[in-house]
Design a protein. Structure first.
Lengths: 190, 129
């Protein structure tokens, strides 16, 4: 097996690394879905509480997808930032798909995307404005998942939420870096 | 950005029941944790925060609240916010604000001070009035 550390071409190394990262995230997703037997053994009340948490997260993910769409269509993002935004949007789509499936497996009704979102589009006039808006959403998402992790009745769901939290934190750091800010300003997120 | 001169007066005005006045400048930083779901001037996954102080829980027109929140009977002020934010799911079982809360009393006071300041003075809220 080749290691991305041994590849001299940085682009090729990045592709391999990202590919492997995708495999790791997919592993977490599989772990979440594979937990349904254990989930089925839980009481209905525990299911209902977990479904509420998942649906709140799903609502935020669907909004994030729409926010990145707004940014992508704004005409304000230049390459390579535009590519990053679309990549991050793709992650949110994967999160949303997984959350939606899990809600349904738990017997719940997954929330749908809203027909319209009230984004402050009139305040987005430059690429930096879009990046700052996205960074705020990602920072909030980190906090939201951090606040949800200890609430799940099922620890597989906590693990999956923590996996998503890590992805959101990477988005936040990259966006801060793109804005010229310290990408990792603190040792702990809150 | 929160003008520091307004902080103490508004914190006292909104937070008579809180042990110590909050710092809205610090509270603005804590408010970043809320930004996955909330905004000051418009509804998102959670309802808007402009006009929060003095508002009955579950009463923003057009926002799809949980039945639990609508039936909570809460009117938001410094005391009720402090109790809710400490442990939202214990205070309102069934709320869709599925967040573990802000366990630190100092941070809650700062956050509430910011919400009080923002509701009166943030440009977004002034524009929405």
């Amino acid at each position: 097996m080749s290691s991305f550390l041994a590849i001299s071409d940085p682009q090729a190394a990045r592709r391999l690394f990202l590919g492997r990262s995708g495999l790791l995230l997919s592993g977490a997703a599989v772990a979440l879905l594979a937990g349904r037997d254990a989930l089925a053994a839980k009481s209905g009340g525990a299911h209902a509480a977990d479904v509420r948490i998942l649906n709140t997260a799903l609502g935020a993910e669907l909004e994030a997808i729409a926010a990145y769409q707004l940014g992508a269509e704004s005409g304000l993002l230049q390459k390579p930032v535009l590519g990053l935004a679309l990549q991050f949007q793709g992650h949110h789509k994967e999160h949303a798909e997984l959350l939606s499936k899990t809600v349904k497996q738990l017997g719940g009704k997954a929330v749908s995307a809203k027909a319209n979102y009230n984004f402050p589009a009139h305040t987005l006039k430059t690429q930096a404005d879009v990046l700052r808006f996205a960074a705020g959403l990602e920072q909030g998402a980190v906090s939201a998942y951090l606040g949800a992790v200890p609430l799940f009745g099922n620890r597989d769901l906590s693990k999956a939420a923590a996996s998503i939290l890590g992805d959101e934190a990477m988005h936040w750091a990259i966006l801060r870096n793109a804005l010229g800010e310290d990408p990792v300003p603190v040792a702990f997120v809150s | 950005m929160v003008p520091a001169a307004l902080v103490l007066a508004l914190a006292f005005a909104a937070g008579a029941a809180v042990a110590a006045p909050g710092d809205a400048v610090r509270g603005e930083q804590i408010y970043a944790r809320c930004l996955a779901c909330h905004a000051l001037a418009y509804d998102r996954v959670g309802p808007r925060h402009c006009g929060l102080i003095g508002r009955r829980a579950g009463s923003v027109p057009g926002f799809a609240y949980s039945d639990a929140m609508k039936a909570s009977g809460i009117v938001w002020n410094a005391k009720t916010l402090d109790r809710f934010l400490a442990d939202p799911l214990r205070r309102v079982p069934g709320t869709t604000m599925t967040y573990a809360g802000v366990p630190d009393a100092r941070e809650r006071a700062d956050l509430i001070a910011y919400l009080a300041w923002a509701g009166k003075s943030a440009p977004e809220c002034k524009a929405a009035q």
